[in-house]
Design a protein around this ligand. Structure first.
Ligand SMILES: Cc1cc2nc3c(=O)[nH]c(=O)nc-3n(C[C@H](O)[C@H](O)[C@H](O)COP(=O)(O)OP(=O)(O)OC[C@H]3O[C@@H](n4cnc5c(N)ncnc54)[C@H](O)[C@@H]3O)c2cc1C
Length: 378
């Protein structure tokens, strides 16, 4: 796939590719098999500037821009989808502080995050509020110079390791009654639940998060009261470029694995790639890879240009995640029985792929956004 890239974007992509292939690829399978969060690798990626790629250097970030961020995530996801989602959610946490935070909040909360000191978590989903965040019931009640948060969040990526949470909670009734808060880990009344056992992404951390009279200073309100839903939806627009990028990287891995195996494996006296049915599966993966990569690049380019990109981010996320499901299926099919065996990378990709059509807005929600934005633009 060859979108027009600047020299700097190529340099960043190649640097992260080199890191991912030499430092992540050899150990990714073991971390995933052990279900272990790769703390040391994540810290190194933080020090390389991958936690705040949309954040200016003055606040600790690397200000690399959306296209470079997308390329970096693709390279990481090629080797380990779990590490890619850990980075994606950390960037998703940093960006709203950049956009909506006060100078004090940027110095206090954004700098350590973007400079790689710790990962971030974005706590929106609740047991009764998934696709419809406006129905969430966690409350934040103003009391003097504090807010007291009560409620619970579920499926929170990085929750067990995050130094900072952005928490969306209800400050009054209705759609405009949500507000966003900056809650550092270790705050009294913030409790991390047990780690979820998932179908895939075994080296990423997903937990429930509980707020029991969790008191934070009033100055930890991000933006103004009532801006919570807008902040969350804005963050998700960017997050969708992240998940699309994760999917593109994983499609690249499907293609690489399937191609290598199809050239090597012989049946009926010839390499299986010489059987037209197998070659066509490779061709279909190549088409999906090109299309997903270009759609994702297009959304990221619009973002870098300061243009609206909500519709394009949803298109990229919808297409790339569904293309990944198709490609993981085809690639595993090409491996035959061997693809079903745990030690094969394709088996891990097949499981890791499944969630990409679900988190940061399901495919059904992406179609709602795309239809709404298409009608509005027409
Ligand atoms: C591994 C993992 C990590 C996650 N990380 C985070 C995180 O860090 N932070 C966070 O806040 N959340 C996180 N999530 C939550 C994730 O974003 C939600 O699971 C997702 O938004 C869907 O919500 P739900 O699971 O409640 O499904 P539901 O909203 O209950 O949806 C169930 C089904 O109904 C469909 N549906 C719902 N409404 C409509 C509609 N209006 N029209 C058509 N179909 C509809 C959905 O598309 C889906 O098919 C994570 C989830 C997972 C699995």
């Amino acid at each position: 796939m060859k979108p027009p890239l600047t020299e700097e974007q190529i340099m960043i992509r190649d640097m992260i590719r080199e890191f991912a292939r030499s430092e992540i690829e050899p150990v990714a399978q073991e971390y995933n098999e052990r279900g272990e969060y790769p703390k040391e690798i994540i810290s190194r990626l933080g020090r390389l500037g991958l936690f705040g790629m949309m954040v200016p250097e003055s606040y600790g970030g690397s200000a690399a821009g959306a296209v470079s961020y997308s390329l970096a995530l693709q390279e990481i996801a090629y080797s380990c989808a779990s590490i890619a989602v850990t980075l994606s959610v950390t960037n998703l946490t940093a960006e709203p502080i950049m956009k909506f935070g006060s100078d004090d909040q940027k110095r206090k909360f954004l700098f350590p995050l973007a400079s790689g000191e710790h990962v971030g978590a974005f706590a929106l989903t609740e047991p009764e509020a998934g696709s419809d965040p406006s129905s969430l019931i966690t409350t934040a009640v103003k009391k003097g110079r504090s807010y007291i948060i009560n409620g619970s969040k579920q499926f929170i990526t990085n929750g067990g390791y995050a130094g900072l949470f952005i928490v969306i909670a209800r400050t009054s009734s209705g759609r405009n009654g949500l507000s966003a808060f900056l809650v550092p880990s270790g705050t009294r009344g913030l409790r991390i639940g047990k780690e979820e056992k998932k179908m895939g992404l075994w080296a990423s951390n997903t937990v429930g998060v509980y707020f029991e009279d969790c008191e934070i200073p009033a100055e930890n309100l991000l933006g103004a009261p009532g801006m919570g839903l807008g902040i969350a939806l804005n963050a998700l627009d960017s997050g969708r470029i992240g998940i699309a990028s994760q999917a593109v990287g994983m499609i690249g891995a499907c293609l690489h694995e399937a191609l290598a195996y199809a050239r090597e494996r012989k049946q009926f006296g010839k390499a299986i790639i010489r059987h037209q049915a197998v070659a066509h599966m490779i061709a279909d993966c190549a088409v999906d890879y090109e299309a997903a990569g270009l759609l994702t690049w297009s959304a990221a380019s619009l973002k870098d240009a300061g243009a609206p990109f909500s519709r394009e981010a949803s298109i990229a996320k919808l297409f790339s995640s569904e293309a990944l499901i198709r490609c993981a299926y085809r690639a595993l099919q090409i491996f035959g029985g061997y693809g079903y065996i745990r030690e094969q990378k394709i088996e891990r990709i097949y499981r890791d792929a499944r969630v990409t059509t679900i988190y940061e807005g399901t495919s059904e929600i992406q179609r709602m956004v795309i239809a709404r934005e298409t009608e509005r633009e027409a």
